[in-house]
Write a protein of this length. Structure first.
Length: 213
């Protein structure tokens, strides 16, 4: 796993505010995260918050930064686990066996690096739905985030896919699946495990070099 970029420094009080904001966001949703509600949770007056954060957007940026770091660590760990499952000495964590009936057998659960990344992404997103929505909805406040964090967090998609545009397609599939699942947009009775598995299979096939004619 590559080293995570250093996050923006927070004072102990600012870290306490961010922790309270995180809990409030997950409990009440994006609309419930207001500076007044945050101050009430902390037992302080709202103006006191502005000694630590200039506005609500700064609090949200700190939450996004934390979520990018946590997601990145989970995805990098999933890649490491897939590489270990593929066997020592392989040296290619993106190699897939598209010919098997299990969408490739590298790593626990099948699908090699691609399957491992998608499973980790789905699990993390569904576990923290409102944080996930905050991180992915609208424009990313890149100017407020630690340098290199966004790229580092998304690198596992590139390492799994092996090509930048395939990596973007892989992330787009993962994000779309997660949002539709969170919003309950799939028809009742849909086998989402199978849908995810078919997505893994398709990307494994796209990742696997085609034999020369």
């Amino acid at each position: 796993m590559s080293d995570q970029p250093e996050l923006s420094p927070l004072t102990p009080r600012a870290a306490e505010i961010v922790a309270a904001a995180r809990a409030l966001l997950e409990e009440e949703g994006p609309d419930g995260l207001t500076m007044r509600a945050l101050a009430d949770r902390l037992g302080i007056r709202a103006p006191s918050l502005y000694k630590h954060f200039p506005d609500k957007a700064a609090v949200e940026a700190a939450l996004i930064e934390q979520e990018l770091a946590e997601m990145g660590n989970l995805l990098h760990a999933a890649l490491d686990e897939a590489a270990a499952g593929a066997g020592a000495g392989s040296g290619d964590i993106g190699r897939e066996d598209a010919g098997s009936g299990d969408a490739g057998r590298e790593g626990a659960g099948g699908g090699g690096a691609i399957g491992a990344v998608l499973r980790a992404y789905r699990a993390a997103s569904l576990a923290r739905p409102n944080l996930y929505r905050l991180m992915t909805a609208g424009s990313l406040p890149r100017e407020r985030l630690a340098p290199g964090l966004e790229e580092w967090s998304g690198t596992p998609f590139f390492l799994a896919a092996g090509e930048p545009y395939l990596a973007q397609a892989l992330w787009s599939f993962a994000h779309g699946m997660v949002i539709l699942e969170l919003d309950g947009r799939y028809p009742e009775g849909s086998d989402l495990e199978r849908t995810w598995t078919e997505g893994v299979r398709a990307f494994v096939c796209a990742r696997t070099p085609r034999p020369a004619a």
